[in-house]
Design a protein around this ligand. Structure first.
Ligand code: ADP
Ligand code: MG
Length: 339
């Protein structure tokens, strides 16, 4: 195959064999039938529930054509894994629906598959089927991800109660800064040192789903409500609270920031906090625990090598408030929405 080969030169089934068959893994349990039949067969023991989620990436909306497809492949898998993690599930199988112009370089799809394969290997999930179609429009990628969780053990958004303590994993706002740097609109970022920028870009391009944390929260049975932070900390705190019929007071000063994000914030805090809190794509877990159970979290954090920070408390006020030294702040921007 020459370097300027396109997907049209392989044809639909050639493409599936060449690029996607290689994403099937033999070390993932529960595949009764993978790629090659009319439907995949997943074997789910009676003691487990099946989790299913889907996410779509659209060229021009979620990525630009000159983005590295390897990062895109990673991210397409990772964002779906994050949803499974937020339910406390063990991720297992995924389907890929891909819509491509015939002129798409084969090398583009190969690199996409490479990134998907990296995420598949890291989190031990296997491709088990999909759909391949041609378009004259933008590239569209949809992944359906499936996982398993003990029967009725799923971690839902509903379940938080007044007095629960609110925790978030990792750090907030890094991915938003990575994207901002990519867009080239920020002078402060442009002047930051290369290692800091690399870190922020990595957080934007290669999110790390909190799979182990989700599984641990199920095992320890300590989370009352869980959500992954994809739309921004504030928006997702609102989603969790709305589902639970409660509110929350979040302490601005406790929100965990990485050193680069903290450096970026310096000097213009008031103007800059909103981006960190509403930019989204953090793919951290936000969760509520009963007051007594919070004692177990430091040991869990140490074992998993993830920081878990208490950022506030669940209230019965039915609104999410952001407090700075006890004073409520207001931000107009709610978080990412498509419509
Ligand atoms: P059908 O016409 O029965 O829907 P297809 O001809 O579309 O089946 O697909 C043949 C096989 O290839 C199926 O097992 C399907 O799941 C798989 N497949 C098609 N596209 C992809 C893809 N992009 N990634 C993985 N598997 C795929
Ligand atoms: Mg069929």
């Amino acid at each position: 195959m020459t370097n300027d080969a396109t997907v049209a030169s392989l044809g639909e089934f050639g493409l599936i064999d060449h690029c996607f068959k290689t994403l099937e893994r033999t070390d993932v349990p529960g595949v009764g039938m993978g790629i090659g039949d009319d439907a995949a067969v997943f074997l789910v023991p009676r003691t487990q529930d099946l989790l299913a989620t889907t996410d779509t990436l659209v060229e021009g909306v979620h990525f630009v054509r000159d983005a590295d497809p390897r990062d895109l492949g990673w991210k397409a898998v990772a964002v779906n894994l994050s949803d499974i993690a937020a339910m406390g599930g063990e991720p297992r199988w995924y389907l890929l629906s891909i819509t491509l112009p015939s002129s798409t370089p084969l090398a583009w799809v190969e690199r996409l598959a490479l990134g998907m394969n990296e995420a598949g290997a890291r989190f031990r999930v296997t491709l088990a089927g999909g759909n391949t179609t041609r378009t004259d429009g933008p590239i569209v990628l949809t992944i359906n991800m499936f996982g398993v969780v003990g029967h009725e053990r799923s971690l839902l958004r509903a379940g938080a109660a007044a007095g629960n303590r609110l925790f978030v994993s990792g750090t907030i706002g890094d991915a938003a800064l990575g994207l901002r740097h990519l867009l080239g609109v920020d002078e402060t970022l442009r002047r930051m040192d290369p290692a800091a920028i690399r870190f922020l870009m990595e957080r934007h391009l290669r999110p790390m789903p909190r799979t182990d944390l989700g599984l641990t929260l199920v095992d320890a049975a300590i989370a009352r409500a869980v959500i992954d932070v994809s739309d921004g900390l504030l928006a997702d705190a609102q989603h969790l609270c709305r589902s639970s019929g409660v509110g929350a007071d979040i302490d601005l000063r406790r929100i965990p920031l990485s050193p680069p994000a903290r450096q970026w914030l310096e000097g213009s805090e008031h103007d800059r906090w909103p981006l960190l809190l509403t930019g989204g794509e953090d793919y951290e877990l936000l969760f509520a625990v009963a007051p007594g159970a919070a004692d177990q979290l430091p040991a869990i954090a140490a074992r998993l090598g993830v920081t878990l920070t208490e950022i506030g408390i669940v209230t019965d006020r039915k609104e999410v408030r952001l407090l700075d030294n006890g004073n409520p702040l207001s931000f107009a921007v709610p978080g990412f929405r498509h419509f």
